[in-house]
Design a protein. Sequence first.
Length: 338
Amino acid sequence: MMKTMNARDIVVVAASLGGLQALRTILSSLPADFPASIFIVMHIGAWPSQLPEILQADCPLPVLHALDGQPIAKATIYVAPPDRHMLMRDGVIVLSSGPKENFARPAADPLFRCAAVEYGPRVIGVVLTGKLDDGAAGLKAVDACGGFTIVQEPSSCAAPDMPKAALQAVSPNRVVPIESMAAAIISGLTDDSHRGFSMDGRERIVLETKIALTGNSSPSDLERLGHRSSMTCPDCGGVVWRIGNDLPLRFRCHTGHAFSALSLESEQRNGAENALWSAVRHLQESLLLVEELVSLAESERRSEVKELRVRKDRLQATIEATRQLALESSTSTAEKLA
C-alpha cells in the first residue's frame, strides 16, 4: 500500500491538443492503490464526451465525469464534464457554469486556482501538452500556495505551447517527458521539498476563485485584481481589466470572462480573418450590382458607362487586396497552430 509522508493527495492536470494519448500513458502507469484524487481538465467545450470511458480502458483506477456535490474520494480520477468548470470546496466537487476562461469551459486555470486555495501544499499541479497557455496561471497559483508543480517536457509534446507557457510562469519542481510523468507524480506525493507559502498574489487567487465558484464578478472586484485597459471583451463587449503585472499576462472583463494575452491575441486574429472574409463577400456583392448597372448602361448607351466601369475596376482591385489580406491572416494563423 502506498503512503504519503507529506499528505499530498490532490492532483490537478491540464491537457489539450495531444492530451488524450498523454493521459492514457500516465494513467495506465498508476497503481490501483494510488493514495490521491486526480482531477483532469481537457478542452472539450460543450460537446458530449466519452473521455472517462476512453481513459478507463487503460487505467486501473475508476475514471468518471465529476458530479456537482460529489464527495472527493482517493484513488479516483475525476474528469471535468462538458461546458462546466470543475472546482472543489469543503471536500466536495463543485461544477460551475461561470464565465469562460481562455475562451474555454471547462478550463484548467479555475480548477488549479481553486485547488490551491482549498488545499495549498497538498496539491500537485501538472501541465501537459496543448495549444496556447491555459494552465500557466493556475500552476502559478499552485506554486504560490506551496504546492508541487510538474510540467511535461515541451520536446515530448504534440503541442508544446501550454508547457512552454507554464515554464515561463513558474520554475517547476519537475520537468519530465511523458514516459516519466506517472513516476514524477508518484514521487511528488512523498517528495519532502517545500517552497513555502507566498502571499504575493494571494488576494487575486482567492478572488478569482470566488468568481469561478459563484459566476459573479463586479467592477469593484476587478479594481482589486488589476487596472482597466483600453480593450473590450471579445465574448461580451465588456470593459476589460489587466490582472497583475507578471507572466502570464492576463485580463478579465466586468462580467467575469478571463483570458491570457496569448489566447486573446489568437481570438482577435481569428476575428480579424473572419471580418476580412466578410468584407470580401460584401465587396463581391457590390461588384455584382455594379456589373449589372454597367451592362444596363451599355445596352442603353448611357453617359455614366465610363464612371461605372471605373467603379467596377476599383471594386475588383479592392476585392483582390482584401482577399490577399485574408489569405495572409489565414496563413499566419495556420503557421501559429502548426
